[in-house]
Design a protein around this ligand. Sequence first.
Ligand SMILES: [Fe+2]
Length: 212
Amino acid sequence: MSAKNRTHSPSYHDVEAGAERAKPLLHQHAHEIQEYGKIAKLPIALDELVCATSADNLNQLLADTMTLRDMYKKHHWQVSGPTFYPLHLLFDKHYGEQSELVDAVAERVQLLGGISIAMAADVAETTMIPRPPRGREEVPVQISRLLEAHEVLLKEARTMARQATEGGDDGTNDLLVSQVIRTNELEVWFLAEHVVDVPVVRAADQKSSARG
Ligand SMILES: [Fe+2]
């Protein structure tokens, strides 16, 4: 018998012995520790009802911001035509900015003691932004959709900011005004200038005289 054939093959019992405490505990389930919509209040010197109102408002804003964020990626991928390159880049820049807002808004819901909405199905049920088609659309239609979505967001963010101030929730007001509103307003400017119908090469009022 060769040396190779005499090699000892350990049994499964031998392999597992001595590693019990290092084994991952898989397939664990339990009841959730906090129901959606309930507040687990933190010591931040704010009334529980104020926290609940702000968390509720911010979750609506979160669902709409996640939807706008994803619409930017859709348009980043699906844009076409002579402005493909600058719009491809612009849409992705705005996608990144909206992603940062998503995280800031979601984390504020948590620190208010609420539960931030997270999964796509819950976002789809909650958002007020109309669902775009799966197919590709022309650039002016893409930009119109984005502008309309921004306006939904801006309108609700301003109402929520005032409501937060009335309740004494200055942190939520600051997030809404300094980050959400100002970022969305700036993005609207960058988008809207793309659908101003100006001539590309020859000034409009010089066309007839130049031809003559
Ligand atoms: Fe990309």
